[in-house]
Design a protein around this ligand. Structure first.
Ligand code: DAT
Ligand code: MG
Length: 206
C-alpha cells in the first residue's frame, strides 16, 4: 500500500493534473511489482541451483595404480570446484554393470568391466557452476589419442581402454551416477567461508 502511494506521488510529479494517465499507469503497477519480484526470485533461485551443480568424477584403476589421484584432485580444486564427496573402493561387477548399463551391447563391454574391477577406484563428487560440462572438457576426449594436451586424458594416457578417469556427461547422468555411488549422508554440504578464516586469523594474530 505504501509502495502504491509512493508510486502515485512520483507519477503525480511527472504528470501533474493528468489523473487518467496516472490511474492507468498505476493499475499496471502491482502487476509489474508482482512479476518483477517473481522474476528476480526465479533468477536468484536458478543461479543458486546452478552454483550447486554436481558431477561424479572417478579415477579408474589405472589412474590409482599410476599414483595419479593427487594430480587429478588438484586440477579440480585449482579450477575452483568444491569437493563434496570422496571415497576409495573396489567396485563390484554389479555396480559397474549399472554404471555402464548403456554400453552393454558394445563389443568392449566385458573388457571394460574387467578393467574397472581390476583394482580400486577413487570416486568423487564435485560441485560448482557448470561443473558437468567443465569436467568433461577438463577430462578430455574418450579416446586419449584424440584428447587435447592439458586435459587429463590428453596428458596421462594413450589408449581408450586405459583412459584414467571418468566424468558424468549430463545432468541426468550425473544425478543417476551420484545416487549409484554415494549415499546422501556421505555427501557434505559445506560453505566456502574464506572471510571467516581470515577474521579468525586476525583474531588469533592479536
Ligand atoms: P566417456 O568415458 O568419455 O564418457 P563412454 O561413456 O562412451 O566414454 O565410454 C565409457 C568407457 O568405455 C570409456 O571411458 C572407455 C570405454 N570405451 C569407450 N569406447 C571404447 C572403445 N572403442 N574401446 C574400448 N573401450 C572403450
Ligand atoms: Mg560416458
Amino acid at each position: 500500500m505504501l509502495q502504491r502511494r509512493l508510486f502515485h506521488t512520483i507519477l503525480q510529479h511527472f504528470y501533474p493534473g493528468n489523473q487518467e494517465t496516472t490511474k492507468s499507469l498505476l493499475s499496471g503497477f502491482p502487476l509489474a511489482l508482482r512479476y518483477g519480484h517473481r522474476a528476480a526470485w526465479n533468477r536468484s533461485k536458478s543461479s543458486s541451483q546452478d552454483l550447486r551443480e554436481r558431477t561424479l568424477v572417478a579415477v579408474k584403476p589405472d589412474g590409482v595404480q599410476r599414483r595419479l589421484v593427487g594430480q587429478i584432485i588438484q586440477r579440480f580444486e585449482q579450477r575452483g570446484f568444491k569437493l563434496v564427496g570422496l571415497k576409495m573402493l573396489q567396485a563390484s561387477e554389479d555396480l559397474l554393470s549399472e554404471h555402464y548399463c548403456e554400453l552393454k551391447m558394445k563389443p568392449f563391454y566385458h573388457s571394460l568391466l574387467r578393467y574397472m574391477t581390476s583394482g580400486p577406484v577413487v570416486v568423487m563428487v564435485w560441485e560448482g557452476h557448470n561443473v558437468i560440462q567443465t569436467s568433461r572438457t577438463m577430462v578430455g576426449h574418450t579416446n586419449p589419442a584424440e584428447a587435447q594436451s592439458g586435459t587429463v586424458r590428453g596428458d596421462f594416457s594413450i589408449h581408450v581402454s586405459r583412459n584414467v578417469v571418468h566424468a558424468s556427461d549430463s545432468v541426468e547422468g550425473a544425478q543417476k551416477e551420484i545416487q549409484l555411488w554415494f549415499k546422501e549422508k556421505d555427501l557434505l554440504y559445506w560453505d566456502c567461508d574464506q572471510t571467516k578464516t581470515s577474521d579468525q586469523t586476525k583474531t588469533s594474530d592479536v
